[in-house]
Design a protein around this ligand. Structure first.
Ligand code: ATP
Ligand code: MG
Length: 419
C-alpha cells in the first residue's frame, strides 16, 4: 500500500483482536461511573481554537506545539481538534447553563488529538475518559475523585500509585512565580530554549519539563508549598484527612504542577513504573477559575482524565485478558431446503437472545465444520435437508465433551442461552 493511503503516524486502528479488551474497559467504566451517579456528556471533536488557547493557556506544550489547528476554508475560522476534554466540557456547561440549579457531575469518553512524537504510550490520536464535577468547592469532591479513581483501579485489577500536590490560589502562584523567575534567572545557563522562552511568560511550566539535563535544577527550585495561602493549605489538609479516613495511600510530590494552566489547589496523578517513560495513567485536579474564564458565572470545579491506551497497556502487563465473546452458535447448512430453514432458525434464535454466526458461501459440511471450530462458537447447529424437513437442527457442542442432539428451535434456545 502506498504510504499516503496508510493511517496517519501516531493514529492507530483498533483491531478486532483488541476489541474484547476495549469492551471490558468500557463496560467497567460505564458501570463504575453509574455507581457514583455521574452523567455522560458528549461534545464535538472540533472546537474554535480560541477555546483551547483560553482554557489550557497560550504558553503550554499543548497550545504551543501539539494542537491540530487549521483554517476552515469556508469561513476563515480557526478550528482545532480537541487535545483534551475539560475545555469543551466547561464550554458546554456555560453555553447550556447546565449548573444554574446546582452542581453537576459529568463524564465523557472519546478521542483526543495531540501532535506529539509517537512512541509507546504516546499517540497523536488517543482516548480519554474524563470526569468533571462542576459547581462544587470541595474538598469532599476532590477526595471523591481520588476515591473514584482508586475504585476503578480495583475494578480493573491494576494498582498505580497516587501522587498529590496543591497549587494554591492565584495569589500564591503569583508569589511563587516571582521566586521562580529569580531562581531560574540566576541559573539561566542551565535552561534549554523552551525554558528560556517561558522564563517570564510562564515559569511554572519549566517545572513540568521532560528534559533530563534540567531535572536537578528543577528539583532544587523554590517550592510552591512555601508560598501557599491559608485557605489552600486548609483545603489541602482536609483532602488529606479524607484520604486518610478512606484508607487511600499517596505520596506528596511538590514537583507535580500539571501541563495545563487551568489548575489550582489540589492536583494529582496516578503513576506506574510498569509502562516505561509514559507512566502517568490518570491526572487531574481542581480548576476553580476556568468556568468564569470561559464566560460563565464564577463556579468552582474539579476533574480528572485517564489515558485509555496506557491503562490497556497496563492491563496487558498485568496479564489481565478479558474473555473473548465468541458467538453462541455457528450455523452450518447445506442444501436448498436447508438454507431456507437456516435463515429462519438464525432469525428466531437471535430474537431469543442467542448470537448466531450463519455460514456464508456454501461448501461441504466438512469444510463448514472447520469454520465452526475456528469461530470460537460453543456449538455448531447443523442443518441438512433432513433436519429442514422436520423443522429441527442437530446441535453439536464444540468446546466440551457432550452428545450431539436433535432439537427444535425452543430446545436449542434453552441450551444456547447464556445462563
Ligand atoms: P504527559 O505528561 O504524559 O504528556 P499530560 O500531562 O500531557 O501527559 P493530560 O493532559 O493530563 O496528560 O492527559 C491525561 C492523561 O491522558 C495522561 O495522564 C495520559 O494517560 C493520557 N495522555 C496524554 N497525552 C497522551 C498521548 N499523546 N497519548 C496517549 N495518552 C496520552
Ligand atoms: Mg503531554
Amino acid at each position: 500500500m502506498s504510504s499516503n493511503l496508510q493511517s496517519i503516524r501516531g493514529m492507530n486502528d483498533m483491531l478486532p483482536a483488541d476489541a474484547d479488551t476495549w469492551r471490558f474497559f468500557e463496560d467497567t467504566v460505564r458501570a463504575w461511573l453509574e455507581s457514583y451517579g455521574y452523567r455522560e456528556i458528549r461534545t464535538p471533536i472540533l472546537e474554535n481554537t480560541a477555546l483551547f488557547k483560553r482554557a489550557i493557556g497560550e504558553v503550554t506544550d499543548i497550545v504551543e506545539k501539539e494542537m491540530y489547528t487549521f483554517i476552515d476554508e469556508l469561513n476563515g475560522e480557526s478550528l482545532t481538534l480537541r487535545p483534551e476534554g475539560t475545555a469543551s466540557c466547561v464550554r458546554a456547561v456555560v453555553q447550556n447553563n447546565l449548573i444554574y440549579d446546582g452542581g453537576k457531575r459529568l463524564w465523557y469518553m472519546g478521542p483526543m488529538f495531540r501532535h506529539e512524537r509517537p512512541q509507546k504510550g504516546r499517540y497523536r490520536q488517543f482516548h480519554q475518559v474524563g470526569v468533571e464535577a462542576m459547581g462544587f468547592a470541595g474538598p469532599d469532591v476532590d477526595a471523591e475523585h481520588i476515591l473514584m479513581s482508586a475504585d476503578l483501579w480495583k475494578r480493573l485489577g491494576i494498582s498505580p500509585a497516587l501522587e498529590l500536590n496543591t497549587l494554591g490560589d492565584a495569589e500564591a502562584r503569583r508569589r511563587h512565580r516571582e521566586r521562580l523567575i529569580k531562581y531560574f534567572e540566576a541559573n539561566v545557563d542551565v535552561l534549554d530554549e523552551d525554558a528560556k522562552r517561558r522564563l517570564h511568560a510562564n515559569p511554572l511550566r519549566i517545572l513540568d519539563t521532560k528534559n533530563p539535563a534540567m531535572q536537578a535544577l528543577v528539583e532544587a527550585a523554590p517550592k510552591l508549598m512555601d508560598d501557599l495561602d491559608e485557605e489552600s493549605l486548609a483545603h489541602f489538609d482536609a483532602v488529606q484527612r479524607l484520604l486518610h479516613d478512606l484508607g487511600i495511600e499517596y505520596r506528596i510530590n511538590m514537583r507535580l504542577v500539571r501541563g495545563l494552566d487551568y489548575y489550582n489547589r489540589t492536583v494529582f496523578e496516578w503513576v506506574t513504573d510498569k509502562l516505561g517513560a509514559q507512566g502517568t495513567v490518570c491526572a487531574g485536579g481542581r480548576f476553580d477559575g476556568l468556568i468564569e474564564q470561559l464566560g460563565g458565572k464564577p463556579a468552582p470545579a474539579c476533574g480528572f482524565a485517564m489515558g485509555i491506551e496506557r491503562l490497556l497497556a497496563l492491563l496487558e502487563v498485568e496479564g489481565i485478558k478479558p474473555e473473548h465473546r465468541a458467538p453462541d452458535v455457528y450455523l452450518v447448512h447445506a442444501g436448498e431446503q436447508a438454507a431456507a430453514w437456516a435463515w429462519q432458525v438464525a432469525r428466531d434464535l437471535r430474537e431469543k437472545n442467542v448470537s448466531v454466526l450463519m455460514h456464508a458461501g456454501g461448501g461441504s459440511f466438512k469444510s463448514q465444520m472447520k469454520k465452526a471450530d475456528g469461530s470460537g462458537a460453543r456449538f455448531a447447529a447443523i442443518i441438512g435437508d433432513n433436519e429442514a424437513a422436520n423443522r429441527k437442527m442437530s446441535l453439536k457442542p464444540l468446546r466440551m465433551e457432550a452428545e450431539q442432539a436433535i432439537v427444535n428451535i425452543d430446545e436449542a434456545a434453552d441450551i444456547l442461552q447464556r445462563k
